[in-house]
Ligand binder design. Structure first.
Ligand code: SAM
Ligand code: SF4
Length: 331
């Protein structure tokens, strides 16, 4: 069977699937305080449709899937969907990105389903600052999830969006968390996907600045080898149990080895985080497409994957710039 390969020879093996556009938090860098305009329920892919898309993609070489959103755990019966997916033996990894506010009691079930890793989003270790960033008072629940996950068999990565003047003073606190905990903290460059089209950044915290801040505070930073398609450059402090990484999400120096595609909660296929969506798979399915037609579609649209995120952004037809929320794209 032909495999998904783009015209630059990059093999596509990783699907990021947004299971909903709804969320229980209102992170400042992701959406406005009043939330985003969510779509009608019928516009969301059903679990059956998501299962079918994933199965067909797995026959074309996709062997990892990350479930994201919105907040995946706010969608009813999400755990049953995970169970459905776990029956697909072509998938080597099922991963989840979550804000962790609803799931500390569900970790045993996730272990049973052999979920490979959870990326837990946490942008502050202070209850007050966490509430300021997420506009919700759920720090204790999220931190409990962190601790339960850390004791579980599931690999734990923390996603921390570095926001100028808001949590940059906590970078060292996050690194200190890796001293005795076997976790990977990943600092993410903030991107303009905040659902407002506006972005007031008082100082640019890019990869270089984040790394400099760390090097000023530590003399013993060791670089680590990362898998080819890794989105983060990884390091550890000598003698610390865990690791840390920096994800150049906005400066986009990682595109050469990209192996990812995305499907949004409404079934929009995206070759790149920065494109505006290239094809609505949901409509194609609902118009009666066969598996062979779906395969032919995926093989051909992947050929259009842009070389990097800058080209994807420049190719947008809507020239008003990026205004969508990460919650509708599936981060
Ligand atoms: N609700 C879940 C969560 O927060 O983990 C999953 C969806 S969220 C959109 C996925 C990831 O995107 C999170 O780690 C979040 O921090 C990140 N994210 C959201 N908006 C972002 C932005 N403007 N720049 C960088 N990362 C962002
Ligand atoms: Fe919700 Fe995740 Fe966006 Fe925060 S980052 S508002 S938790 S979707």
């Amino acid at each position: 069977m032909e495999q998904l390969t783009d015209k630059f020879g990059r093999q596509i093996t990783y699907l990021r699937l947004a299971v909903t556009d709804r969320c229980n938090l209102r992170c400042q860098y992701c959406m406005p305080a009043h939330g985003i305009d969510i779509v009608d329920r019928e516009e969301l892919l059903t679990y059956k449709e998501m299962y079918r898309i994933t199965r067909v993609l797995s026959e074309l070489g996709v062997n990892k899937v990350r479930l994201t959103g919105g907040e995946p755990f706010v969608r009813k019966n999400f755990i049953d969907f995970l169970e459905m997916l776990s029956f697909n033996d072509k998938l080597e990894e099922i991963n989840i990105t979550t804000n962790g506010a609803l799931i500390s009691k569900n970790i045993k079930k996730l272990e049973k389903l052999k979920i490979n890793s959870v990326n837990l989003s946490i942008d502050s270790l202070s209850k007050e600052n966490f509430a300021n960033i997420t506009r919700r008072d759920v720090f204790d629940e999220v931190f409990e999830t962190l601790e339960v996950l850390e004791r579980s068999s599931i690999k734990l990565k923390l996603n921390t969006v570095v926001q100028s003047g808001i949590n940059t003073h906590e970078i060292v606190d996050f690194i200190e968390l890796t001293k005795n905990k076997d976790i990977a903290v990943r600092f993410i460059e903030e991107m303009p996907f905040n659902g407002t089209g506006k972005r007031d950044v008082y100082e640019l915290w890019n990869f270089t600045k984040i790394f400099e801040e760390i090097k000023v505070n530590y003399t013993n930073v060791e670089p680590l080898k990362s898998p080819k398609s890794s989105t983060s450059h990884n390091f550890k402090i000598s003698g610390y149990k865990g690791t840390f990484g920096i994800i150049p999400a906005y400066t986009r120096t990682i595109c050469n080895d990209c192996n990812r595609i995305r499907i949004t909660a409404t079934g929009m296929f995206k070759n790149c985080l920065f494109d505006e969506g290239v094809f609505n798979v949901r409509d194609f399915l609902r118009n009666g497409a066969s598996d062979d037609e779906l395969k032919a579609l995926f093989l051909s649209i992947v050929k259009e994957k842009p070389e990097n995120g800058f080209i994807a952004e420049a190719n947008r037809k809507n020239n008003k710039g990026i205004s969508e929320s990460m919650s509708t794209i599936g981060g």
